[in-house]
Design a protein. Structure first.
Length: 231
């Protein structure tokens, strides 16, 4: 009886030693390990953005330099550096957006939308940041604009200037009528009439778009006509 008892006891102890740490072997303790659910991560880690990350409720829960963010289902964790750097929104995991400091951050409308009680909603950009990441002027420290990067040119600003052909053509027609009426009324001297007519012909040859030289000659002709009419 004692012999059998000893055999059973040794078997139980051996099994226990062989399985020591078995429960933790499938739960990675290293932040960044791939996961699909929280139970796939060790205690203290949250499965967010496809990887095990340190759970956080306040900024001090995260290692220095890491920010506490909220994922798409509301879980908060310390965003790993590999997931933080960005140059556009497409490089950030949903629901994060690429902020002016080239870091993926939570979007917001008010402070209450942010992951921690100390984060502020930086407007008008609408991104969350801890106070130590916000300048005295209310912008993100290290933003590309603050660093001297060129301003982004909007599609409207970059569009080429297209001449208003319709407006210019209308002006040419108006001037032609004025010159014709002055010639008919013998208000313009022959020399002035020739200059005015030549200017109008040049504008018409240019497709109805007056250039500065043509307009200048026409203006002089009309001014002289006005002066002779007044005398």
């Amino acid at each position: 009886m004692d012999f059998h008892f000893r055999v059973v006891l040794v078997t139980i102890l051996a099994s226990g030693l062989a399985c020591a740490g078995c429960s933790g072997s499938s739960r990675p303790a290293t932040p960044g390990a791939t996961c699909s659910i929280n139970s796939g991560c060790a205690s203290g880690l949250t499965c967010s953005f496809g990887g095990c990350q340190t759970t956080c409720k306040k900024a001090s829960d995260c290692p220095t330099g890491l920010q506490c963010v909220r994922d798409v289902i509301g879980l908060t964790s310390c965003l790993l550096p590999a997931l933080e750097a960005c140059s556009d929104n497409g490089q950030c995991a949903v629901p994060l957006v690429c902020a002016a400091d080239l870091k993926c951050r939570n979007g917001c409308v008010t402070d209450s939308d942010c992951a921690t009680s100390t984060q502020k909603c930086v407007l008008p950009a609408g991104v969350c940041a801890e106070p130590d990441a916000i300048s005295g002027g209310g912008t993100l420290i290290g933003s590309v604009v603050d660093a001297g990067a060129p301003d982004v040119v909007s599609a409207t600003d970059a569009a080429p200037v297209v001449p208003d052909v319709a407006a210019d053509s209308s002006a040419v027609e108006r001037d032609a009528l004025a010159v014709d009426s002055m010639i008919d009324a013998a208000i313009l001297s022959p020399d002035v009439a020739d200059v005015a007519t030549a200017a109008l012909d040049s504008e018409t040859d240019d497709g109805g778009i007056a250039d500065s030289a043509d307009s200048g000659e026409l203006d002089v002709a009309l001014a002289e006509a006005g002066g002779s009419q007044g005398s």
